[in-house]
Design a protein around this ligand. Structure first.
Ligand code: AGP
Length: 608
C-alpha cells in the first residue's frame, strides 16, 4: 500500500527520501514522487512506475533541498499514472502526500470546483490539498489550514504537507493510517513505516488518531483537537540490514529459509521446564484469561489461514469453542458479543485496516479481552490489544507471507496450551507439545532440503491455468494457504478444498490438465484422504502428494509423491506449509513474475 516519508533537516534530504521510498517498496505501489522546498520554491518530480525511475530522473536534475516529502502510491481512486501520483500540488504552493481514502471526496470536489479550483487528477487526495490551499489563503498559517481542512474530511488518512512560504516546516497528521515521527540530531522525519527511517534514526514516536504535528529541524509540536499532547518515544531494535536482501535473489526465498531461526526466536524465553509460560502474553494474562469460555479469531489472508489452523489446536487442547472469521466480514456482521470470549487478532503487519476495524468493533460490542499475535512491535493492533504475543519472525518484506505464517501457527499452538492449562489440561499433554515444539527448527531444516526436488517439480506447473489443493482436518487450512501462495505470486488460479468435499462439485473440474496437490501427512484421516485421491486418479487428474512416506500411493506418470519423512503429528501443519511455499516460489520464478511484489498486491493493506 502507499508509503510516506518526509524530512526537515539542514543537509540535503533528497537521498534520504529516495532511500526511504526504496525501503517502502515492499508494501506494493505503482507510482512514486517527491516534492521539496529549495530556496523558498517548490520543486517536484513524479513517475508512473518504480522508485528507480524517479531516482534516475532526479539525478538528471541535480535536485537537492533540506525539506521534502515523498510517496509511493498504490492506486485506489484513479489509474496508476503520472497525474494521479503523489505529491498532489495546489496552485504551486501546497504539496501533499496521502495514505488512506477520502470517503466524501465527490462532495468536497464539487465544493472546491465552485470555489474555482481545477482538478488535474482523479484522486481523492487532490481535494485535501486544495482545501488546505483554500484555508491557508484565509489564515496564512499552515498548521491552522491543515487542521481546519481535516475537519471536513471523512475517511482515513496519514498526510504530510509542505509549503515554500513556510520553509523548514512539515505538517503531518493521522487518522486511521499509521504515521511515525523519526527523531534525529538536529533533524526530524515522518514516515508511514519505521522501515523507511531505520538508516537515519532508531528513535520514534507513533502518532495517534487525531494527532497533528508541526515538524521543524530542531523541534516538533504534536496537538490533538487543538491541544498540545505528549507521546512516548520508542527505541526500535530493528537493524538497517534486517531489511536487506543480501545474496538472496528474492526476499521471499530468504524468508522461507529464515524459518528455522524465526521459529527459534518465537520459542525463545517462552518455555521453561517443559512448560509454556503464561506471562508470554503479558503480565495480566492470568486475570484476563481466567473466565474465558470461547475464542474468536479475526484476521485476513494468510493470517486468517493461520487462525483456521489454530482453531483445531484450541478446540483439541484447550477444549473450548473457537470461531475464526475474516476481519472484513466480522466488522459488518453485527456478531453477538460475549464478555467471556477472548478476541484474538492475527496480523503480520499489525496495521491491516480491516483487522484493526474488526478489533475495534469487538471492543465496542462488548466482547472479552483482546490478544494480538503480531510481528511488528510498534503496530496499531499491538497498541490496541490487552495482551500481545510477538511472533519475532523478523521483518518480512516479500508480499507473500511465509515466516510470519509459520510463527503465527506456533504462537497459536502455544496459546492453545496456555488456554488448556486454564481448563485443567493434563501436564503430560503439555510436555508432549513442548517436545514437538522443540524439534520444530530441526524438522524445518530437514524439509527445506526438498528445495531442489520442488524446484524440478515446479516445471510441471508453468503452463497450467488452474490448480486444486486438497487437505483434510487441520491440513485443510494448510492447503488453503498453499493455494493462496501459488495464486499470489504465480497468478495461477488455485482453489483449496477439504478433500471429502471433492465429489460434491469440484471433481467436475478434474481432467488430465488439472494438477491436484494433496497435503497428506500420516494421520487418522490419511486413509480417507487416499480414497479421495483415488477419485482424482480415476479421472486422470495429475496428483502431487506431499506425504510422510512414498508408500502412500503407487507412483505413476501422473502421480508424484513428495516424501517429507517422519513428522510429529502435532506440528505437521507447520512443516507441511513449507514445501507449498517453495512450490509457489519456483513456479513464480519460471513464470518470471515479480515474486516479492506481485501485481496489484500490497504488503500492508491499510485501506478498507
Ligand atoms: C499473504 O501472503 C498476503 N500478502 C495477505 O493475505 C496478508 O496475509 C493479509 O493481507 C493480512 O495481512 P496481515 O497479516 O499483515 O494482517
Amino acid at each position: 500500500m502507499c508509503g510516506i516519508i518526509g524530512a526537515v533537516a539542514e543537509r540535503d534530504v533528497v537521498p534520504i527520501l529516495i532511500e526511504g521510498l526504496k525501503r517502502l517498496e515492499y508494501r506494493g505501489y505503482d507510482s512514486a514522487g517527491l516534492a521539496v522546498i529549495d530556496q523558498q520554491s517548490l520543486k517536484s518530480k513524479k513517475v508512473s512506475g518504480k522508485v528507480a525511475k524517479l531516482e534516475q530522473e532526479i539525478k538528471d536534475t541535480l535536485l537537492s533541498a533540506p525539506t521534502g516529502i515523498a510517496h509511493t502510491r498504490w492506486a485506489t481512486h484513479g489509474k496508476a499514472n503520472y497525474e494521479n501520483a503523489h505529491p498532489q500540488i495546489s496552485k504551486e504552493l501546497i504539496a501533499l502526500v496521502h495514505n488512506g481514502i477520502v470517503e466524501n471526496y465527490s462532495k468536497l470536489r464539487l465544493q472546491l470546483e465552485q470555489w474555482g479550483y481545477e482538478f488535474n487528477s482523479k484522486t481523492d487526495t487532490e481535494v485535501i490539498v486544495h482545501l488546505i490551499h483554500y484555508h491557508f489563503n484565509q489564515s496564512n498559517d499552515l498548521l491552522t489550514a491543515v487542521r481546519t481542512s481535516l475537519q471536513s474530511i471523512e475517511g482515513t488518512y496519514a498526510i504530510a504537507v509542505i509549503n515554500p512560504e513556510v520553509p523548514g516546516h512539515l505538517i503531518a497528521a493521522r487518522h486511521g493510517s499509521p504515521l511515525v515521527i523519526g527523531i534525529g540530531i538536529g533533524e526530524h522525519f515522518i514516515a508511514s513505516d519505521i522501515a523507511a527511517l531505520i538508516p537515519v534514526t532508531q528513535k520514534f514516536i507513533f502518532l495517534e488518531d487525531g494527532d497533528i504535528v508541526d515538524l521543524q529541524r530542531n523541534s516538533f509540536k504534536i496537538t490533538n483537537s487543538g491541544n498540545p499532547v505528549k507521546r512516548a518515544i520508542h527505541i526500535s531494535q530493528l537493524q538497517a540490514n534486517a531489511v536487506e536482501r543480501g545474496q538472496y535473489r528474492h526476499y521471499m526465498y530468504k524468508e522461507i529459509f529464515e524459518q528455522p531461526q524465526a521459529i527459534k526466536n518465537t520459542i525463545e524465553n517462552r518455555i521453561h521446564n517443559s512448560s509454556i509460560l503464561e506471562t508470554i502474553f503479558g503480565p495480566s494474562t492470568h486475570k484476563l484469561l481466567k473466565n474465558i469460555n470461547s475464542v474468536q479469531i479475526i484476521a485476513c489472508g494468510t493470517s486468517y489461514h493461520a487462525g483456521l489452523t489454530g482453531r483445531y489446536w484450541i478446540e483439541k487442547f484447550a477444549k473450548i469453542p473457537c470461531t475464526v472469521e475474516i476481519a472484513s466480514e466480522f466488522r459488518y456482521r453485527n456478531p453477538l458479543p460475549n464478555s467471556q470470549t477472548l478476541v484474538v487478532t492475527l496480523s503480520q503487519s499489525g496495521e491491516t485496516a480491516d483487522t484493526l476495524a474488526a478489533l475495534n468493533e469487538a471492543k465496542q460490542l462488548g466482547f472479552g479481552p483482546s490478544l494480538a499475535i503480531c510481528n511488528v512491535p510498534e503496530s496499531a493492533i499491538v497498541r490496541m490489544s490487552d495482551m500481545v504475543l510477538m511472533t519475532h519472525a523478523g521483518p518480512e518484506i516479500g508480499v507473500a507471507s511465509t515466516k510470519a505464517f509459520t510463527t503465527q501457527l506456533l504462537s497459536l499452538l502455544m496459546l492453545a496450551v496456555v488456554l488448556g492449562k486454564h481448563n485443567n489440561m493434563d501436564h503430560k499433554i503439555e510436555h508432549r507439545i513442548v517436545d514437538a515444539i522443540n524439534i520444530l527448527p530441526a524438522q524445518i531444516e530437514n524439509v527445506l532440503k526438498l528445495n531442489s526436488i520442488i524446484e524440478q517439480l515446479a516445471g510441471d506447473f508453468a503452463d497450467k491455468q488452474h490448480a486444486l489443493f486438497l487437505g483434510r482436518g487441520i491440513h485443510y487450512p494448510i492447503a488453503m494457504e498453499g493455494a493462496l501462495k501459488l495464486k499470489e505470486i504465480s497468478y495461477i488460479h488455485a482453489e483449496a478444498y477439504p478433500a471429502g468435499e471433492l465429489k460434491h462439485g469440484p471433481l467436475a473440474l478434474v481432467d488430465s490438465k488439472m494438477p491436484v496437490i494433496a497435503v497428506a501427512p500420516n494421520n487418522i484421516l490419511q486413509e480417507k484422504l487416499k480414497s479421495n485421491l483415488q477419485e482424482v486418479q480415476a479421472r486422470g487428474g495429475q496428483l502431487y502428494i506431499f506425504a510422510n512416506h512414498r508408500a502412500i500411493m503407487q507412483e505413476l506418470d501422473y502421480v508424484k509423491v513428495i516424501e517429507l519423512g517422519e513428522v510429529d503429528d502435532i506440528i505437521s501443519p507447520i512443516i507441511y506449509s513449507i514445501p507449498l511455499q517453495l512450490l509457489a516460489y519456483y513456479v513464480a520464478l519460471i513464470k518470471g513474475t515479480d515474486v516479492d511484489k506481485p501485481r496489484n498486491l500490497a504488503k500492508s493493506v491499510t485501506v478498507e
